[in-house]
Design a protein around this ligand. Sequence first.
Ligand code: ARG
Length: 414
Amino acid sequence: PAAEAVVAVRAGALVDTVAGRVLSDQIILIEGERVRAVGPSGTVSIPAGAQRIDLGRATVLPGLIEAHAHLTSDPFRAGYQGLGVSAIREALYGAKAARDTLEAGFTTVRNVGAGAYGDVALRDAINDGDIPGPRLLVSGPALGIKGGHCDNNLLAPDFNYTAEGVADGPWAARAKVREVVKYGADVIKLCATGGVLSKNTDPGVQQYTFEEMQAIVEEAHKLGRKVAAHAHGAEGIKQAIRAGVDSIEHASLIDAEGMRLARQKGTALVMDIYVDEFILAEGERAGILPESLEKERKVGQLQRDNFRRALAAGDRIVFGTDAGVYPHGTNAKQFAYMVQYGMTPMQAIQAATVNAAELLGWQDKVGSLTPGKYADLIAVEADPLKDVSALTRVSFVMKGGRVVKSAAPSATVG
Ligand code: ARG
């Protein structure tokens, strides 16, 4: 076989997400799809014939990781408008969303909830090289109770519709885990409480019982899959953590005991504190139900205040935004909120790199530019450690050693 292509990327500044510091004038040596060496310019020997990419004064970071997205969801077809969208149409929409998300600098995405295994198809199409997109870790349909947040409650009983992830009772829930794993799920998503965007559910109310969640977690872990639990209400959050889930999604109304339990059990909190802005500004036009807008007005600010408290309490917070509720590719808008509510820019970057990689179980593949990991990297022209919103203007993206986007004014390729 032919020798793998060697690329030397020079970075004026490089964010070391493991140590939490910025290194100046670094060379990242890439062989094939992986990082081979990283070090100060002059100390890394660049083989003759290597391609050179000089990113000038830009700041280079490992590719960003989004831990909570719905790539097959079009934000402007919410509520009843979404009922006319076929699963095949959703998958095609997902191809566009995947490209937009990758070009925005997110080289890895955990997709937590999609109908008809559209996310599995998307993952496989990207991995086969048919379409561009981030590395995907996907759940397939989300598990939940009948009539709950992960069901679809929009239609009259005459239509007799139940979402494919619905499974009531510990054994049915266990069987559903086996089913979604059979059809390609890498991770299991469950709904522990009601939600904002579903009809006739209350975010504060627990849905799956402790016994059901315990069964799901046991089966999922046995099969080597982690579990992500949608949970807004304080009691549902605590029961999900006690049942052993790996992450709490949203965590809006988490209380002090929930924060303590999360620390004890090492449960990550994936708090989507940007999306409120989009829902309240654009939701009505997008088709979001009036009752959902009402629920959002109740939980949005509480979630942001609890983000600040959970951070201060020392909980592990991972970057996840619920993209698909708002437009794909604008995920990085959330960084500014994470800083506004208490993180340093470095902490926010770590939440979307090393810490997210660990939650995904992909700490050996992504999250830092370390020899052996994938050569997934991005560049921004302004300093994200001074102004984290610089991450909304990514000028260069490389995934697995291949340049995906190169709009960097300072880049020279030779
Ligand atoms: N998918 C979530 C739900 O319907 C969205 C919650 C959005 N609101 C928020 N403040 N994070 O429950």
